[in-house]
Structure formats: structure tokens, C-alpha cells
Design a protein around this ligand. Structure first.
Ligand SMILES: O=c1[nH]cnc2c(CCNCC3CCCCC3)c3[nH]c(NCc4cccs4)nc3cc12
Length: 373
């Protein structure tokens, strides 16, 4: 623990980095996968389980929490850590991305974004200043700037307008955040799939000397090759000694290939959301437990796992639970999927420490290629 937000690189292997973020509430081993804890909970999990799987940090969601129960109410109740009984680090998003994908009747301009709640139609406004204020009320350890993420494909003019506005919003967020030694505010690189705009965005954010940098505007419909090529061009422009966070990514393969390019932090709804839809991630690929072929398969998902959900329950039972739409299906498959993601991250961290990352990545991808066993 440290009273200040600090990031140390402890090993590198090619462009892959092993590091540690130290904060007052605890340390985050990188490369790190951050489970999505939307409204102060990782759906279908107890947070003690999430912790026991090796999660050092979870995500909190401004959009949901500002609408319900409200940021001021969470603050009155002691902040998000106290409210959700998660005493470890929390990274909160700005709320902007979800406004653009969930809210009704949105109006976005230089000031910020006005929208109506998808819950009760009430009017709300998110400005850079209000987003940082809300993240402060939640007592978030790592706060994200408000940005505008453009879905791809898009016209250059549109991508440039959103990228430039996101840079101005980064400045406003940095001013609103001020100087909070034990916390961090991360900027977000935008620029779509246009390399010159990506470089301009990264250079201007690097000049702001922020405590960490996210790469946004990816995993929004572009091919994986475009995402990876964008990382190849963007990451060299960002400071080496600051954490890099690739937002919304991704599949196990996306994670491996992004770590290989120098990404330190990931968040993705995939393991939790797909677990609720009957999909299991295993070392040998994905298993769709809705499929009738599992109806009499007495094997567990992975007998070598130390996670009970992966080791102790037959696929036949899991198939039955999924077909019966039982709550236990979501619980066991979310548990399995997060266990798999965190074991992948632990393997990645160990491989970088041992200078074996390339071999680890190749073997892992080969295991998946064996397909659905
Ligand atoms: O530029 C971006 N700026 C801000 N957020 C982004 C996000 C959301 C990251 N997860 C937030 C979580 C906060 C807590 C609740 C859950 C989300 C992205 N997600 C994706 N792809 C995955 C996608 C998911 C859905 C559509 S694309 N690309 C993203 C790009 C940006």
C-alpha cells in the first residue's frame, strides 16, 4: 500500500510489461483484468468470490449509480467501497459511454451530454466537471475522463470532431480532479481508426502528464486487425512508465495480443454477461451449455481447475440449469468464467516475469484452437 498512486514496471518481455499499481486501498498486479461491477456488484457473484479469484480491482459504473441510488446518496452512505463492502481499489468509468448506448433522448454538445434516464425518463446532465464530481462522491480510486467514443466505421470529420472535444474534456476533467495524491485520473486516447488522429490525441494527452492512459474508441465494431494495428501506432506515443488501459477488451485472444503490444489493464463484460447467457470460457475454448449435446456429458468444464464451478459440476447439470433458467446457472458460469479470466491473467503475469510470454501466448492460443472439447 502507498499513500500515493504509483506504478512500477517490474519486468518486461518484448513489449509486454509486468507491473504493479500501488494505491492507499491496495495494489493492482498488471497485466490486470478488471471485472465489471456495474451497480456496485459483479452480477451473480459475491464480491468475496471475485476477490478470491485474484481480482485486485473492480469497475464501478457512473451511469447506473448516478441514476440509482444516486451519487450523493452513495456518498452519504460512506462511498462505494463502504456501500458495496469492497475495500480494495475501484476504477469508475465517466458514464459517457453508457449514456451513448443506454440512455434515451441524448443531446451532446461542447458542455457535455444531456439525457433522460432509461429507468424513469428523468432528465440528467453529464459534464466533465459533473462526471469527476460523481466519481469523487463514489470515492473512486481511478477516475476516467468524460470522452466521446465514436462507433466505427465513421467519417474522418466526425472522428476528428469527437477526438478534439475529448481532448478539451480531458483538460476540464484534469482541472476538476485537481491534485489527489492517492487517486488517479486517466485520460482516454481517441481518434477512431485514423493513425494521424490517434497520434495527435496520444501526444496531447501525454503532454498533460496524467497518472494513466486509456485507449478508447476500440472494440466498437472494427476488425481485430484494425484494433491491433491502432495499438501498434498509439502505444509508442504514450509514456512507458504510466499504466495503459484498453477499454472494453476483450476476448482471451484480444487480451493476449494486446498484452503483447504493451497494454496493462483490461475491462470487459464478456465473462460475466456471457456467463449469464450459458456460455463457458475454458482453457480449450468456449462451451455453449445451451447446446443439447451436453445433456448427458458427466465431465466438468475443467477438472484441472481449482474453481469449484469449473471442477465439481457436470456439463449435464450445467446444461440442465441453463435450460431451466435457474439462477444457479448464472452463478456457476459467471464464477467459472471469471476464474478462467483471472487464471489467464495470472499465467500472463508469470510468463512475463519468466521471459516466456511469447511461448505462453502461442501455447494458449493453440489450446483454444483445439476447439470446443
Ligand atoms: O472509448 C471509450 N470510452 C469510454 N468507455 C469505453 C468503453 C466502455 C468500457 N467499459 C465500461 C464499463 C463500465 C462499467 C459497466 C460496464 C461497462 C468501451 N467498451 C468497448 N467495447 C466493448 C463494448 C461493450 C458494449 C458495446 S462495445 N469499447 C469501448 C470504448 C470506450
Amino acid at each position: 500500500m502507498s499513500q500515493h498512486f504509483q506504478f512500477q514496471l517490474t519486468a518486461t518481455d518484448g513489449l509486454a510489461r509486468r507491473g504493479e499499481i500501488t494505491m492507499p486501498r491496495g495494489n493492482v498486479r498488471t497485466p490486470a483484468f478488471m471485472p465489471v461491477g456495474t451497480a456496485g456488484t459483479v452480477k451473480a457473484m459475491y464480491l468475496d468470490q471475485v476477490r478470491d479469484l485474484g481480482s485486485d480491482i473492480i469497475l464501478g459504473n457512473v451511469y447506473h449509480l448516478m441514476l440509482r441510488p444516486g451519487a450523493e446518496r452513495v456518498a452519504r452512505l460512506g462511498g462505494l467501497h463502504e456501500f458495496a463492502r469492497w475495500p480494495h481499489p475501484i476504477l469508475t468509468d465517466s458514464g459517457g459511454f453508457q449514456v451513448m448506448s443506454l440512455a434515451a433522448l441524448r443531446k451532446l454538445d461542447e458542455k457535455g451530454v444531456k439525457f433522460r434516464s432509461h429507468l424513469d425518463g428523468s432528465e440528467h446532465a453529464l459534464t466533465p466537471e459533473r462526471s469527476i464530481e460523481i466519481q469523487g462522491l463514489l470515492d473512486s480510486d481511478i477516475q476516467m475522463q468524460l470522452d466521446e467514443c465514436i462507433r466505427l466505421p465513421a467519417e474522418r470529420a466526425e472522428i476528428e470532431r469527437a477526438m478534439e472535444m475529448s481532448l478539451r474534456w480531458a483538460e476540464r476533467c484534469a482541472v476538476a480532479f485537481g491534485d489527489q495524491p492517492g487517486k488517479a485520473m486517466f485520460g482516454i486516447v481517441q481518434g477512431g481508426d485514423l493513425i494521424d488522429l490517434r497520434i495527435r490525441s496520444a501526444e496531447r494527452l501525454a503532454a498533460m502528464d496524467l497518472k494513466g492512459y486509456a485507449v478508447g474508441g476500440l472494440a466498437v465494431g472494427e476488425p481485430q486487425a484494425v484494433m491491433l494495428a491502432t495499438l501498434d501506432e498509439t502505444l509508442p506515443v504514450l509514456p512507458t512508465k504510466k499504466p495503459r488501459y484498453l477499454m472494453g477488451v476483450g476476448t482471451p485472444q484480444d487480451i493476449l495480443r494486446s498484452v503483447a503490444r504493451g497494454i496493462d489493464m483490461f475491462d470487459c463484460v464478456m465473462p460475466t454477461r456471457s456467463g449469464r447467457h450459458g456460455l463457458a470460457f475454458t482453457r480449450f475454448g468456449k462451451v455453449n451449455l445451451k447446446n443439447a449435446r451436453h445433456a448427458e456429458d458427466s465431465r466438468p468444464l475443467d477438472e484441472t481447475s481449482d474453481c469449484p464451478a469449473s471442477r465439481d459440476y457436470s456439463r449435464a447439470y450445467l446444461h440442465h440449469l441453463v435450460r431451466a433458467n435457474e439462477a444457479l446457472a448464472s452463478m456457476l458460469l459467471t464464477w467459472n468464467n471469471l476464474a478462467y479470466y483471472q487464471s489467464l491473467m495470472a499465467g500472463i503475469r508469470a510468463a512475463i516475469e519468466g521471459g516466456q510470454f511469447e511461448a505462453f501466448a502461442a501455447q494458449t492460443e493453440e489450446d483454444w484452437a483445439r476447439g470446443d472439447i
